[in-house]
Ligand binder design. Structure first.
Ligand SMILES: Cc1cc2nc3c(=O)[nH]c(=O)nc-3n(C[C@H](O)[C@H](O)[C@H](O)COP(=O)(O)OP(=O)(O)OC[C@H]3O[C@@H](n4cnc5c(N)ncnc54)[C@H](O)[C@@H]3O)c2cc1C
Length: 362
């Protein structure tokens, strides 16, 4: 271990102890992401309250220690290398829901599917299309998760972020909510949000949730290890990415432990105990090359690629051992136009889920 790393470790342990936050070594991304691949992580820090999370990133930044936030890891493909930075795991920062009329306040570590069920039971509508999206509320806010006519940004009245060690409210209207991309900046830690929903009949909400669930089950692999749709739908295309890949005959294509799902061609699934990120990456790049060559379309990653050693074209994360956190995917800086190519769970969600002619599957 280098002297630099030793000093960092000492500083980190001191900060975590002082703030009473769990800090663990020896974890791998394969344990923390839904694709179940990825290499070792120097430290995983798990705050349980918004105040703790705000305090720890302030301290890490003061000490010059690089960090990166992780929710449930359901939209991240981390490579197989040794990741020499701190992962701030938010999945224990669940908090309690607070209801105030049509508003609900939720912490970033709360499960999004759980939230959808909880608000539906209270007769609050606006996120029932999101019920099948695995992950935390923080992850959903970060990339404006959406499906079946609903996007989290549409109902977000305010987001709580960490600033100078404190919890600060940012109005939802000051944030740009695009197709799987927002204007949150690198190094911005999302702590929680207040959603403004609409009162509706709980049975009607439940029926819409069941409908979205049934459509998801019919069109996507379940019980497999994936990160959802691997690529975004291209803005100008009349067909969705899944259909495009399917038309190239790539369903079922395997590279080592990674396979193009036979159920939905925009899903890459991993298999086996020792699955490797490099297989998933190789397969993804092969898909991109073929789509480019045969359809003339440049696919953009929807999944975030986290590289251990160098910033990548698609996931431009700074991974310096000692340095500021920087964690927004460069590829998603673009602002794709809303497309009608596919309006299933992988496409933009600007339409009413009730409008079946628009809510067609890929
Ligand atoms: C089977 C399956 C189906 C899916 N279907 C959909 C779908 O229909 N629609 C859709 O939009 N997505 C879908 N996804 C992708 C994924 O579930 C969503 O992107 C989800 O919102 C990610 O949440 P997470 O907590 O897992 O985030 P992570 O994967 O842990 O993180 C994603 C990004 O958010 C950042 N982040 C996480 N928490 C915070 C925080 N508190 N503050 C700052 N940054 C943070 C991370 O640094 C990372 O950059 C699917 C995934 C799977 C596996």
């Amino acid at each position: 271990m280098t002297e630099e790393l030793r000093k960092r470790d000492e500083a980190l342990e001191e900060i975590a102890n002082r703030l009473g936050i769990t800090a663990e070594r020896g974890k791998r991304f394969a344990e923390l992401t839904s694709l179940r691949v990825g290499g070792s992580i120097d430290w995983v820090i798990s705050p349980t309250t918004e105040e703790q999370a705000a305090a720890i990133v302030f301290e890490l930044e003061k000490a010059g220690i690089g960090w990166r936030p992780l929710g449930s890891g359901s939209n991240v493909l981390a490579d197989d290398g040794d990741h020499h930075y701190v992962v701030l795991s938010l999945s224990e920062m669940k908090g309690e829901l607070t209801f105030d009329g049509e508003r609900v306040s939720v912490s970033a570590g709360y499960s999004l599917p759980r939230l959808c069920i909880d608000v539906a039971r209270k007769g609050l509508s606006g996120i029932e299309g999101l019920g099948g999206i695995p992950g935390t509320v923080g992850g959903a806010l970060w990339m404006n998760a959406g499906a079946y006519g609903h996007e989290i940004g549409i109902v977000t009245e305010a987001v709580r972020v960490a600033r100078d060690g404190r919890v600060v409210d940012v109005p939802g209207t000051s944030i740009t909510w695009n197709y799987r991309h927002t204007s949150f900046k690198d190094g911005e830690l999302l702590l929680g949000a207040t959603l403004h929903l609409k009162t509706d009949d709980p049975d009607a909400i439940k029926a819409r949730m069941d409908d979205a669930k049934a459509r998801r089950l019919a069109s996507q692999p379940h019980g497999s290890r994936s990160a959802g749709c691997f690529f975004k739908n291209p803005p100008a295309s009349t067909i969705g990415t899944g259909k495009m890949i399917d038309e190239l005959g790539m369903k079922g294509t395997r590279r080592g432990s990674a396979v193009v799902s036979p159920v939905h061609a925009n899903f890459i699934v991993t298999e086996g105990e020792n699955a490797r990120a490099e297989d998933a990456l190789a397969l993804a790049e092969e898909i991109r090359e073929r789509v480019k060559r045969e359809q003339g379309i440049e696919l953009e990653y929807e999944v975030e690629l986290w590289r251990a050693n160098q910033p990548s074209a698609e996931g431009d994360h700074v991974t310096s051992v000692l340095g500021p956190q920087a964690s927004s995917p460069a590829a998603s800086q673009s602002d794709p136009l809303i497309t009608r190519a596919s309006e299933d769970a992988c496409g933009p969600s600007t339409d009413s889920p009730a409008d079946d002619s628009r809510a067609k599957e890929e």
